[in-house]
Design a protein around this ligand. Sequence first.
Ligand code: URA
Length: 226
Amino acid sequence: MSSNIPANRKNLDPLPPNVFTLAQTPQLEALFTIIRNKDTSRGDFLFYSDRIIRLLVEEGLNHLPVVSRTVETPTGTTYDGVGFKGKICGVSILRAGEAMEVALREVCRSVRIGKILIQRDEDTALPKLFYSKFPKDIAQRYVLLLDPMLATGGSAIKAVEVLKDHGVPEDRIIFINLIAAPVGLTNFMKAFPTSKIITGWIDDGLNEKAYIVPGLGDFGERRYCE
Ligand code: URA
């Protein structure tokens, strides 16, 4: 029987603590194969990337803490179950992260979603905050941070710094992405060891333009441009 650790992950085997991948099933690999294909139409890219995003958001929710909750059922008996411990919100890193908002709204009714825009500062070449808007009580919430591609980790690290400045404890942040480069995972986890990362697939690395390889190219271009 073959190992279920894909070859691409062997340079990160074992995974850093607090890094989780979706189950590396043949179905998931088939979905990734479609969205990686440069000849896939925009319509198919939307459909199949949305399917992976939905799986990722569901997996993100699996990492939220729960507390005991007992309910009465229509049969007159009680059921000792659980309920989520705290409130959540999403924060999308613009613009690609916005593509992940619909899936979050589909699984969490009336979820609050903040936004953050980070771009490279032309003078320093470092990631710089350009805009942010968060729910007022974000410091009391668990945050699902949304960005589809984790390359170097620069934007995500800046985003978590901004969230921490707004009072969100590092260990309440779950960063969700479709594809991660090993260097991005390592950089992020070094900066925030108690945050969590949920990723769909770990790729080989980055090319000279800092695109993930094999990757899928520019996620925003493929999703928003015909
Ligand atoms: N952003 C993308 O859209 N693609 C990459 O490969 C890296 C960052």
